[in-house]
Design a binder for this molecule. Structure first.
Ligand code: HEC
Length: 103
């Protein structure tokens, strides 16, 4: 009986972990789908993911400003990368993923 209870608890733990992962915005997936075209190549002057020099001045504005610019647009950067179907949370997660290597 004890073994059964332990197995059951382990099952629940695994289930709730999966549910959490799905509920959260997946920054990498959003980046790959909506941001990579410009932010991997530097098209139109987009800061490239992982390019410290390109991000240094931008990071000084603070992450909240970067979120706002990604959502509302900034210069040649279209609002939400031009994908208006994305939620604000999706875009913020993509910004987090984009700046993560240079923090
Ligand atoms: C059509 C090309 C394009 C796409 C797609 C695109 N960006 Fe950009 N992004 C740019 C360009 C160009 C800039 C530089 C704008 C400037 O400095 O004038 C930029 C700048 C940024 C900045 C810095 C803003 C600042 O205040 O310095 C962030 C953050 C950003 N993009 C996030 C994203 C995210 C997140 C996505 C995907 C959801 C995305 N971008 C998709 C072209 C793009």
């Amino acid at each position: 009986m004890k073994t059964f209870t332990v197995a059951l608890l382990a099952g629940f733990a695994a289930l709730s972990l999966t549910a959490t992962a799905q509920a959260e915005a997946d920054g990498e997936a959003v980046y790959n789908q909506a941001c990579m075209a410009c932010h991997m190549t530097g098209a139109a002057g987009a800061p490239i993911r992982g390019d410290e020099a390109a991000w240094a001045d931008r990071l000084e504005k603070g992450i909240d400003t970067l979120y706002a610019h990604a959502i509302e647009g900034f210069g040649a950067m279209p609002p939400k990368g031009g994908q208006m179907g994305l939620s604000d949370e999706d875009v913020q997660a993509a910004v987090d993923f984009m700046v993560e290597p240079v923090l």
